[in-house]
Design a binder for this molecule. Structure first.
Ligand code: DAH
Length: 339
């Protein structure tokens, strides 16, 4: 029996030393120390020994079992470390390799020019406010001195949600919302989307953008309006930019004007861009109508103001030489990546 135990010890320890996985070690453990294992089988035969032999063999058997258990434990640690190392080597990532570059987008030309415009007006002390695109008839028309039968409404046909709620046709609605909330002095611009029933073509879209401006303060005159707009076009188009004020009519300003810029392309001689006129229209403006002021509880005897509305798309098209407005909405990367 002693012989048998010794040879089990030698064999099993050798097998453990050669094992290179957790599974192999477990198999060895079962074969040696399991219920039917070689060491266990020998222990079961202890009963047959003489009382003198029994403690001696018992001690030896325990020694062999302890040696095997210790060897199993040590080898298991070594195997685990080797397995980890192998795994790390296999999954190694070189963090110094250059990454896969994802293409970086840019700002849409409409956003670029709008940002420029905002900068210009912020520089003059204006703040930026926003208004809703789904708006009450009251703010889009009625409070702007356009009662239900006013003919100017026809040219600004839009999508009606109810009789009283519609997609706004002009950012002028924000004038009223601002004056309702805020007492003068008021110096604001309000950019945003507006909607009109228009067929899509190279110069029309049922959705486009405007920037509304409103100033209300004591002692504001037409000279302030002209000075502000002259400074604005100089900042936007350069010092040489020539503008003219052409009398016009808007129900919410009195007097009213449209402002033209001398054609960028031909310098005023007349070309395709300006349709032979030498001038292109850039905005509508005027002195805020006293009825509009008093409708917002601002005393027109104390305060006066001016307002203007600029279309964003045309400016962007001039700025970048874009000849078809649809390009601004197509979201074609070949077009957009040029900016
Ligand atoms: N709302 C006008 C339009 O859509 C533009 C405009 C004209 C705005 C005169 C104004 C203004 O504030 O005073 O054509």
């Amino acid at each position: 029996m002693k012989q048998a135990l010794e040879s089990i010890r030698t064999e099993v320890l050798e097998a453990i030393a050669a094992a290179d996985s957790k599974a192999a070690l477990e198999e060895i453990r079962v074969q040696a120390l399991g219920k039917k294992g070689s060491v266990t089988t020998i222990l079961k035969q202890m009963g047959k020994l003489s009382p003198e032999e029994r403690p001696v063999m018992g001690a030896l058997a325990n020694e062999v079992r302890a040696a095997i258990e210790e060897a199993l434990g040590a080898r298991a640690e070594a195997v685990a470390a080797a397995e980890l190392e192998h795994k790390l080597a296999a999954e190694r990532i070189d963090v110094t390799l250059p990454g896969k570059a994802s293409p970086i987008g840019g700002l849409h030309p409409l956003t670029r020019v709008l940002n420029e415009l905002k900068e210009i007006f912020i520089g003059m002390g204006f703040s930026i406010v926003e208004g809703p695109e789904v708006e009450y008839d009251w703010y889009v028309f009625e409070a702007l001195n356009m009662p239900p039968e006013h003919p100017a409404r026809d040219t600004q046909d839009t999508f009606y949600i109810t009789d009283k709620i519609l997609l706004r046709t002009q950012t002028s609605s924000v004038q009223i919302r601002t004056m309702e909330k805020q007492k003068p002095p008021i110096y604001i611009i309000s950019p945003g989307r507006v909607y009109r029933s228009d067929q899509v073509d190279a110069t029309h879209s049922p959705l486009f953008h405007q920037i509304e401006g409103l100033v209300v303060d004591k002692g504001i005159t037409m000279a302030d309006l002209k000075g502000t707009l002259q400074l604005f076009v100089n900042r936007l188009f350069g010092q040489d930019c020539v503008i003219r004020f052409r009398p016009h009519h808007f129900p919410y300003t009195e007097p009213s004007a449209e402002v033209d810029v001398q054609c960028f392309q031909c310098g005023g001689k007349g070309c395709r861009l300006c349709k032979g006129e030498g001038w292109v229209e850039i905005l509508g403006c005027g002195m805020v109508h006293p009825k509009v002021l008093s409708g917002c509880n601002i005393d027109p005897e104390v305060y006066s103001g001016f307002a203007f509305g600029i279309g964003l798309e045309r400016i962007v098209m001039w700025r970048y030489g874009i000849d078809d407005m649809r390009l601004l909405y197509d979201n074609d990367v070949r077009f957009l990546s040029q900016f």
